[in-house]
Ligand binder design. Structure first.
Ligand code: ZN
Ligand code: ZN
Ligand code: FE
Length: 744
């Protein structure tokens, strides 16, 4: 018998009936049950039939589902009579709030059919597609409890809504050209199709437009137009951070990016996330303006996912030609959550040539989700629209928990009955305006999921806004507050997503987090389980001087590691005055903290190699270092010696001063770091007999490091757990905090 666990979007999409039909087709006996974040199948049959069954499961899955992972293990045979759908006791009373779903093919076809009564209707949707979470006030999901309640249905729509044979039976956001919501321009009289045509004209001629979508506003411009992109950068004060690009269709993206079959499946799935796609060696990326993603070998690409997006690309008007790729970046002033209403849009987007809005209220923000791949495994960078608030299933205590997450890339988690619901992306909570949004989002999700927390969890950091809010909420609710060390929470997020229980060797490579000893941690090796952790090793410590600047300016860390102003000058790390000033801080222990942050080590190496001396956005140095390493193709596999990070840094420095190739050295650094990590884990494994390693922390977003480390660990006979659908970065730590609070 096979035990099959199917992970992904398998809730509320008719997946279990599909499994049961498929089982019948191949004479499989057994059962299928919903386990929250995955569907569990017991399947018994002949080997040939089982094989066919497994293939069909993945190839014929229902259109709205998205299979991201299938785990198969063998179990002893049992006596099954037929195949049944098990209503698991576990899920009784659990609430599955559907994420928002991209416009489906049938609706897209009707949208452009002149004979259809929803011809060119910007809000066309059906039971299989459209907004969900973002328009929901309360459960159960019903028109009265959504932001569609203010739009009475016309007779024709009502007829479809109540007809069980209609594609729109019970489709809550149903509307048409005669009823429901409308698009319009702010500061203008243009509405409906006229507004769309106007926006198309502006975009085609190099203008910048704000467009209201499902989970918030986007800022858009022609992705091929350097000047337009530059204007958007200057207005948004975002000098270099890559912009996401929405392509007209699959053909348009293939002119610029390389997609594997696995990537295509996710890219064109009902979730339509942003997927980081390689632009290849052929300079495919040059078909876009160079300032879309400067210094990167990947582009964050997505497909249109609302009817309005489709109309913006393809409205049948007199316009001769229209760009097939638009920059589509979250419409938010830097550091603040995405804009969702007209008043804020008017305040924030004064620099735009037009603001295209609509009157369907967004009740909960949802930024676009961002996904990368490590080989053919997904690696979530930002989990939001399309995925939140689908829960992670985790065996454990039934306690209801609220975990507030970290300070950057904040998401929070509500947990109940073994299900961990992570919120959509909130953002950078160090800004007080974001704290307000966080509070409001917590209240909305609590209402939706009907969860009253019995314990509140947060980070250990004394100065995080989230810690302060957690203390206040715990006080208001009169429940205990649990503080969880940052990197331990990272590792636990990885255990949770893999539903792993018991001791592991946890490796957390990360930016900055508050350690137990008052120093900054971030390159840590733990022996841990859900209840306890012990810091078993870490990377070589260095001095981080200069406060916040040290987190952005890698040359400051590099100088601490080099220790010599003359050498730093030779590498042109900074101006003479800056170097001497920094050296003074280091020598006199002024504004200095001890740090073992792997993120900062990446910054220092990037500075030494001249790849990035000062970061203008979080993670810039590490991303550029990876892109640089990937330019080098190694001629032969030379075994890497096992060095400490101090020794690795010294080697890179010496070889750089000798004038060796920067790309080769960037790759060498990744190699050496992976080797060191694997060796430390092997030593710890010999000592403790633990055979499982969990990798987490923002640095493991680096797909090169992640792949190299995984490979080296597996060669040593160790089992590797990674984050796949929960981000390894701070967007995932709310899940880890919740797990610890549950097991306390
Ligand atoms: Zn549809
Ligand atoms: Zn209607
Ligand atoms: Fe972190």
């Amino acid at each position: 018998m096979l035990n099959i666990k199917v992970f992904g979007i398998v809730q509320g999409v008719g997946f279990r009936p599909f499994v049961s039909r498929t089982a019948a087709a191949f004479n499989i006996s057994g059962n299928v049950a919903n386990r929250g974040s995955y569907v569990e199948i017991h399947a018994q049959g002949t080997n040939v039939d089982l094989e066919k069954f497994l293939t069909a499961l993945q190839e014929d899955a229902p259109p709205r589902s998205a299979i991201l992972k299938v785990d198969v293990t063998e179990l002893p045979d049992r006596n099954f009579t037929g195949f049944e759908i098990v209503e698991s006791v576990r899920e009784a009373g659990d609430i599955f709030v559907s994420p928002d779903i991209a416009v489906c093919d049938k609706c897209a076809a009707e949208l452009f059919d002149p004979n259809d009564r929803r011809y060119l209707h910007p809000f066309i949707n059906c039971t299989a597609c459209g907004p969900r979470l973002t328009i929901l006030k309360n459960m159960p999901y019903d028109r009265e409890r959504t932001s569609m309640s203010e739009f009475p249905m016309c007779d024709a729509c009502a007829a479809e809504y109540f007809d069980p044979n209609s594609r729109r039976f019970d489709a809550q956001p149903i509307c048409c050209n005669d009823c429901g919501c409308e698009v319009y321009l702010l500061n203008s009289n243009l509405r409906g199709h006229d507004a769309i045509k106007h926006v198309r004209k502006i975009l085609a001629t190099g203008g910048v437009v704000a467009i209201k979508g499902i989970g918030g506003f986007h800022l858009a411009c022609d992705a091929r137009n350097f000047d337009a992109v530059q204007r958007l950068r200057d207005s948004k004060t975002r000098p270099t951070k890559p912009f996401a690009v929405m392509f007209r269709d699959v053909a348009a993206v293939e002119r610029v990016c390389r997609l594997t079959a696995t990537q295509m499946k996710i890219f064109d799935s009902p979730q339509k996330p942003i997927v980081l796609l390689g632009t290849g060696d052929e300079g495919l990326g040059t078909r876009l303006a160079a300032n879309v993603a400067p210094g990167m070998n990947k582009i964050g690409a997505m497909l249109p996912y609302t009817p309005l997006h489709l109309l913006i690309f393809d409205f049948p008007d007199e316009l001769g030609s229209f760009p097939d790729a638009l920059v589509m970046t979250s419409g938010n002033p830097s550091g603040v959550p995405i804009t969702i209403d007209d008043d804020d849009a008017l305040k924030n987007f004064g620099f735009c040539d037009a603001i295209l809005s609509h009157d369907r209220k967004i009740l909960l923000r949802a930024d676009d989700s961002v996904m990368d791949f490590i080989g053919d495994r997904p690696s979530m960078i930002r989990r939001s629209r399309g995925y939140a608030p689908l829960p992670v299933f985790y065996d454990g205590a039934k306690t209801s928990v609220l975990a507030l997450g970290g300070e950057l890339k904040n998401t929070f988690c509500l947990a109940k009955n073994n299900l961990l619901y992570a919120s959509p992306y909130i953002g950078d909570v160090s800004d007080l305006r974001t704290v307000e949004v966080l509070k409001a989002s917590i209240n909305r999700m609590r209402d939706l999921l009907e969860i009253s927390p019995e314990v509140v969890a947060c980070d250990l950091h004394p100065r995080y806004q989230t810690s302060a809010l957690a203390a206040q909420l715990a006080d208001d609710l009169d429940v205990p507050l649990v503080k969880v060390q940052h990197h331990y929470a990272h590792v636990l997020s990885c255990l949770a997503e893999n539903n792993h229980h018991g001791e592991v060797i946890g490796v957390a490579f990360d930016g900055t987090g508050y350690g137990l000893d008052g120093t900054i941690w971030g390159g840590e090796f733990f022996i841990c389980d859900e209840k306890h952790f012990e810091r078993a090793a870490s990377i070589s410590a260095f001095k981080q001087a200069g406060g916040d600047k040290a987190a952005r300016e890698g040359w400051r860390i590099a100088l601490a590691l080099i220790g010599d102003v003359a050498l730093a000058r030779e590498l042109n790390l900074a101006s003479d005055a800056e170097l001497r000033g920094q050296k003074f801080l280091l020598d006199n222990d002024l504004n200095c903290v001890t740090s073992t942050s792997a993120g900062r080590l990446f910054d220092a190496i990037a500075a030494v190699l001249g790849v990035c001396k000062v970061s203008t956005y979080e993670g810039e140095a590490a991303m550029k270092l990876q892109a640089t390493a990937e330019k080098f193709s190694p001629k032969s596999q030379v075994p890497s010696p096992c060095l400490s990070t101090d020794e690795i840094f010294a080697e890179v420095l010496t070889r750089r001063l000798n004038g060796e190739d920067v790309c080769e050295l960037a790759l060498l650094f990744h190699e050496r770091l992976a080797e060191m990590t694997a060796q430390i884990c092997e030593d710890l494994s010999l000592e403790t007999k633990i055979k499982t390693v969990a990798l987490s922390g923002g640095v493991f977003q680096n797909s090169l490091l992640s792949a190299l480390t995984t490979d080296k660990l597996q060669r040593r006979g160790l089992k590797v757990l990674r984050n796949e659908l929960i981000p390894p970065n701070d967007g995932g730590i709310c899940i880890g905090q919740a797990v610890h609070a549950l097991n306390r």
